[in-house]
Write a protein that binds this ligand. Structure first.
Ligand code: ATP
Length: 441
């Protein structure tokens, strides 16, 4: 249980330290020595994460008439995991080093590696590990049932196929989307929140006519790649990696990973997969229920739709944003998180230059007028330079300062985080100026 000191990439170490210092992320249960590969989001982190989720939800559900949202339970009937193949297949083959006792995923080692990459020791034969967390449902020994914490959100969508299609008027192609927690007892962890044991996914199952798979896989891989660009992620650091035959999961016919070039190399952010009719067919066979789409236009023909899935990890997206935004501005001796204004946890910070001469009153009024419309933060303490530096590290794109001149002419300065440009604007224009700047960024 106790935290083992993991050696991370040096840039990741800097991001971990900034995240802790600014209240973005903390290791879980720190006061008891921490628990490995589980993290808590602090005040800034929770806003950043929520903005990522909102951005996804708007893009996938709100903006598209043919995609519906849902929120299924974490606990499901154990048969779900039998049908999905997780009980049989959800294993990572692992090897142990006989000398230093470190454990490695076989697929992370170079082919035919026989010695430990860390200490050159001899490696054991590969062993299988099931990654699902078990728990029990019910309180008494004999009535309790062994169940699992879900290792993905997708199955919650498939098992509700009939509920959703019968309570909504849907026509192929259509999608069902959800955001939620998933749990995997990962063997190898590290790299901060890249691979954790409790994480959140944003998944969408897009139901199509069988035969249209290639067209829709092509469509969704591009849509999803563009979504990361719309978060402000550097386009050159994103790429699509098509899976070769031997990389495909048991359910998948074709798959693309969307990858980001993290400080530790290109790694997966999201899988866009052609799952064919695998999941619905499995649930039809095991539940003996008819999970069909009835095509009214073709005389009530029953179809088992094929599925293109987009499966993204929120925590990996947050790590991407943290890594992509981190900037040591040596010229100005500051560290800046260059979050795009749309996803920045705080969009505008409001300061009185001094805590006197009526400046706090004006600044407070500006804050109170803005706070329900634009995510705002009031800070009246410390030197103005220090306050700016704190907001640079928090990734706040705009700072408003109330100074002596504000008392005379009802204007303030607005400072831009990246360019450090300052301009004077009327207090009455603050909201529209900031909204224009967010729109044009
Ligand atoms: P990996 O091989 O990197 O563990 P995976 O191929 O098993 O990932 P999927 O099962 O395709 O991942 O899950 C879809 C997405 O969920 C991943 O692209 C990733 O963003 C996220 N994800 C999966 N496992 C984890 C984890 N342990 N921690 C954080 N995010 C995860």
């Amino acid at each position: 249980m106790a935290k083992k000191k993991v050696k991370n990439n040096p840039v990741i170490e800097k991001i971990i330290s900034l995240s802790r210092r600014r209240g973005i992320l903390f290791q879980s249960s720190e006061i008891y020595g921490s628990i490995n590969a589980v993290y808590d989001y602090g005040p800034l982190g929770v806003e950043l994460k929520r903005n990522v989720k909102d951005h996804w939800w708007k893009n996938i559900v709100t903006a598209r008439e043919n995609i519906l949202g849902m929120d299924s339970a974490i606990l499901m009937h154990p048969k779900v995991w039998e049908a999905s193949g997780h009980i049989e297949n959800f294993h990572d083959p692992m090897v142990d080093c006989k000398k230093c006792r470190k454990r490695f995923r076989v697929d992370n080692l170079q082919e035919n590696t026989t010695h430990c990459p860390e200490c050159n020791g001899e490696l054991s034969d590969p062993k299988q590990f099931n990654l699902m967390f078990k728990t029990t449902l019910g309180s008494t020994e004999d009535s309790s049932q062994e169940i699992y914490l879900r290792p993905e959100t997708a199955q919650g969508i498939f098992i509700n196929f009939n509920n959703i299609t019968s309570s909504n008027r849907v026509k192929l192609p259509f999608g069902i989307a959800q955001i939620g927690k998933a749990f995997r007892n990962e063997i190898t962890t590290g790299n901060f929140i890249f691979r954790t044991r409790e994480f959140e996914q944003m998944e969408m199952e897009f139901f199509i006519r069988p035969g249209e798979n290639d067209k829709w896989l092509e469509y969704w891989k591009n849509e999803r790649l563009n979504w990361y660009k719309s978060l402000g992620v550097t386009p050159e650091k994103l790429r699509l990696h098509p899976h070769s035959e031997d990389e495909l999961a048991h359910y998948s016919k074709a798959c693309y990973d969307i990858e980001y070039e993290f400080p530790f190399g290109f790694s997966e952010l999201e899988g866009v997969a052609d799952r064919g009719t695998f999941d619905l067919t499995q649930h039809i066979n095991l539940s003996k229920k008819k999970l069909h789409y009835i095509d009214q236009q073709n005389g009530g023909e029953k179809i088992v739709p094929a599925v293109i899935e987009t499966s993204a990890g929120i925590d990996r997206t947050v790590l991407t944003i943290l890594a992509d935004s981190y900037w040591e501005d040596e010229e100005n001796n500051r560290t800046v998180m260059r979050f795009s204004p749309e996803i920045a946890p705080i969009k505008v910070a409001i300061f009185p230059l001094f805590n006197k001469q009526g400046m706090p009153k004006i600044a407070r009024k500006i804050f109170d007028d803005l706070k329900f419309k634009i995510s705002s933060f009031y800070d009246g303490g410390g030197s103005i330079g220090k306050r700016y530096r704190r907001q640079d590290e928090a990734g706040t794109p705009f700072c408003i300062t109330v100074d002596h001149q504000s008392l005379d002419d009802k204007t303030v300065t607005i400072r831009e985080r990246d360019s450090l440009k300052q301009e004077r604007i009327a207090i009455s224009k603050i909201e529209s100026v900031i909204n224009d700047k967010i729109q044009s960024s």
